[in-house]
Write a protein that binds this ligand. Structure first.
Ligand code: ADP
Length: 481
């Protein structure tokens, strides 16, 4: 085994395959193995949500605190599928029914305390190390839930280099100013330069100000964040840290997302695309769709305003008329779920909707689809367009954030250059989306162009190696300065 060049404590509130609500979990789950290939050793610290502890093999207690924000807590080290995990066992905060942040659609009332406690324990581990002697060289935290870690470390003057990755600026970790003391924040720091955010506390802001480096999940999103419409009140903070801010596009886990070995699908590849037709047939059958003469599109998404779901109903009529079909899988805002269900009612056999979260079904959908729709209003990175590329499902994306960085829109020039991988639209409204769908139908009608685009996407480099190399260069910059 090659010598370890650095040790990273990765701290997060979710991680594939243990607990997931969004793309953050995919990144936290996949990056350690890719960093491992570059001889960086990662331990991932997660809250021990209900039932999680049983998944840890050979757990060993490596840290404890008699009073972690109101109760006793311990950290157990162990491994899962070859990766090292640290589980923060604090039953008063994490052992409860519901999801990581909410139960039955309502946030847990003590979320600010729960994640401040996670951040605090991470800072303590970084400062003193674990009882088995392990101590990180770098602390890498993700989103508002862990963004207080760099703040605590800075206040304790440890000098530990920290990286904060912003997966979505829309979630800012807002807490009431009354909670300052409870969250172990200094009243001296309650000012606009640090903790204060429009009369409240923002944990994300605290992290943005105090982390040694900031990364976000695409270069375009990094640039967009400096503008008010994307920065959501924190654009000035990001702009003031521009030199320390890096855009690194996510990869995908190519062992999980591989049409040649995906357990639920008929295998196919860029070299042998024929299996895709059988997956398409299965998908039509599974969703009760009739034979669709045009492109069969899918949407796998949270059904929220961010994702541009409300643009679909107005854009669909001309697409359906042109022979297109649509299968939707998602959950989210009730009005948008309703709008999707209404579309299915309006076009039976042409549009079908599953309300729910179903990872295995999503794989079958990518395998069977001709196209995947991602009409987001903003999109830090986006993963479904990457799965689409890997599975030969042409992405139709708005030109924003990571979508702009990962899909090359089909124009006469990009087609002539042999570079096009999808369809992009820049004006993010109903007309923009409906024109993009029209373009999709045209491209689908030209089989040689279509197949060439599919193959180009399937062969493109979507793995984690490139991203891991970029993270390592960020780690090195802050470690040795
Ligand atoms: P976000 O993190 O904003 O939700 P991303 O595109 O970065 O968006 O990541 C979403 C992830 O969640 C992808 O892996 C996507 O396939 C998955 N996903 C979203 N909704 C569903 C669903 N209803 N069923 C299965 N997977 C879903």
């Amino acid at each position: 085994m090659a010598e370890v060049v650095g040790r990273v404590l990765s701290v997060a509130s979710e991680c594939v395959p243990l607990i997931k609500t969004g793309g953050l979990a995919d990144v936290v789950g996949a990056l350690p193995a890719a960093l491992g290939e570059l001889n960086w050793e990662v331990s991932t610290l997660l809250p021990a949500y209900s039932g999680l502890m049983a998944k840890l093999s050979a757990p060993a207690e490596v840290w404890s605190d008699a009073d972690l924000f109101g109760g006793a807590a311990r950290i157990f080290s162990g491994s899962i599928a070859g990766q090292r995990f640290l589980f923060l066992d604090a039953p008063h905060l994490f052992d409860r029914p519901g999801g990581p942040y909410s139960i039955e659609g309502r946030d847990h009332p003590d979320n600010s305390v729960r994640f401040a406690a996670l951040s605090w324990s991470a800072a303590m581990v970084a400062e003193t190390g674990l009882s088995d002697g392990w101590k990180p060289d770098i602390v890498h935290v993700h989103d508002w839930q862990t963004a207080l870690t760099p703040y605590y470390l800075t206040r304790r003057d440890t000098g530990t280099p920290t990286v904060l990755t912003v997966h979505n600026m829309a979630f800012q970790g807002i807490a009431s100013r009354q909670e300052l003391e409870m969250l172990r924040l200094s009243t001296d720091d309650y000012n606009p330069e640090l903790l204060e955010y429009y009369g409240n506390i923002s944990t994300l802001k605290a992290g943005l100000v105090t982390a040694h480096a900031i990364t976000t999940v695409s270069q375009t999103y990094a640039d967009e964040l400096m503008r008010p419409e994307f920065g959501m009140g924190l654009e000035g903070v990001i702009a003031s840290r521009a030199e320390d801010t890096h855009g690194i596009v996510n990869g995908i886990d190519e062992t999980i997302w591989n049409p040649q070995s995906d357990p639920g699908v008929t295998p196919y590849s860029a070299a042998k695309l024929s299996g895709k037709a059988s997956n398409r047939g299965n998908l039509l059958a599974e969703f009760g769709l009739s034979d669709i003469s045009g492109p069969l599109a899918i949407l796998v998404s949270r059904l929220t305003y961010q994702k541009g779901i409300d643009l679909l109903p107005a854009a669909l009529p001309s697409f359906i008329e042109a022979g297109g079909g649509l299968a939707v899988l998602g959950t989210g805002e009730p009005s948008l779920e309703g709008a999707m269900l209404e579309a299915a009612q309006r076009w039976p056999g042409r549009v079908a909707v599953r309300i729910g979260y179903d990872e295995a079904l999503s794989h079958r959908m990518f395998a069977g689809a001709d196209a995947v729709l991602v009409p987001s209003r903003f999109e830090p990175c986006g993963l479904t367009q990457l799965y689409g590329l890997r599975y030969g499902a042409i992405p139709v994306v708005s030109s924003t954030g990571g979508l702009a960085d990962t899909v090359i829109g089909a124009t006469p020039a990009s087609l002539a250059a042999g570079a096009a991988t999808g369809v992009t639209f820049t004006t993010i409204d109903e007309i923009g989306l409906s024109q993009a769908l029209r373009r999709l139908v045209e491209l689908y009608a030209d089989k040689s162009v279509w197949t060439a685009m599919q193959k180009r996407g399937m062969k493109s480099d979507l793995g984690w190696r490139r991203a891991a190399q970029s993270y390592v260069s960020v780690y090195e910059q802050i470690q040795f300065r």
